[in-house]
Design a protein around this ligand. Sequence first.
Ligand SMILES: Nc1ncnc2c1ncn2[C@@H]1O[C@H](COP(=O)(O)OP(=O)(O)OP(=O)(O)O)[C@@H](O)[C@H]1O
Ligand SMILES: [Mg+2]
Length: 225
Amino acid sequence: MIRVHNLHIQYKQGNQVVPAVRGVSFDINPGDYMAFIGPSGSGKSTLISALAGLIRPASGEIHAEKHKIHSASRSELSRIRARYFSIVFQFSEMLSRFTVRENLMLSWMAVHGSRRLDDFRERTEYLASRLDIFPLLDSFPGQLSGGQLQKTAIARALIRDLPVILADEPSGNLDPESLKKVKLLFAEEHEKGKAIFLVTHDMQFALDAKTIFELRDGKISQLVK
Ligand SMILES: Nc1ncnc2c1ncn2[C@@H]1O[C@H](COP(=O)(O)OP(=O)(O)OP(=O)(O)O)[C@@H](O)[C@H]1O
Ligand SMILES: [Mg+2]
């Protein structure tokens, strides 16, 4: 479904070029559950940003079926995102002027428009019960703790109900009980046919995946599982 071929990504800092991803290839197919581990700075978030079409690779290709993510225009990219990806960012993207429920609604509408609002309500119920965030739905993001914010950000991503979940360190701020809930939710979404691309420093979470890749200095250095 998603094919990444010989991907190279660089950042420009002044007149210096910082290589962040150096020749990475892999596929994401329906039913995959893959985890990317690796030290800080190894290129994991960069890889997610490129998959999501938020940064353009220096060379190489990323295809989502027939779509070319590596060279698509901005408007094509937002259509591609709305068709394939639910994205949990490493740093919360919740909009501070809106309540959690309104954030979920905006995220839903970016994919489905104002259609199927009954499905939106049903999916909100489902995610809120799995993540135990019912009491938070009418709060504003600024009123939440780090762990609460992380759980609502996961709900905001997963509400989209799209074929591929890209999750960047979704458990960094979670207590053990919440971590267990997120792991279960991901397993359930995987069970329902979603492909999962998980970036994590938490080996226990990574072990839920069917395959584990290690990224080092922008290269896939090892297939751990
Ligand atoms: N906006 C940026 N401008 C310049 N360099 C960047 C930028 N973002 C990341 N980098 C560099 O690219 C490399 C990869 O960074 P990236 O954020 O992908 O790492 P990571 O594996 O996600 O790390 P972490 O586990 O800490 O989140 C690092 O050397 C980092 O300094
Ligand atoms: Mg990162």
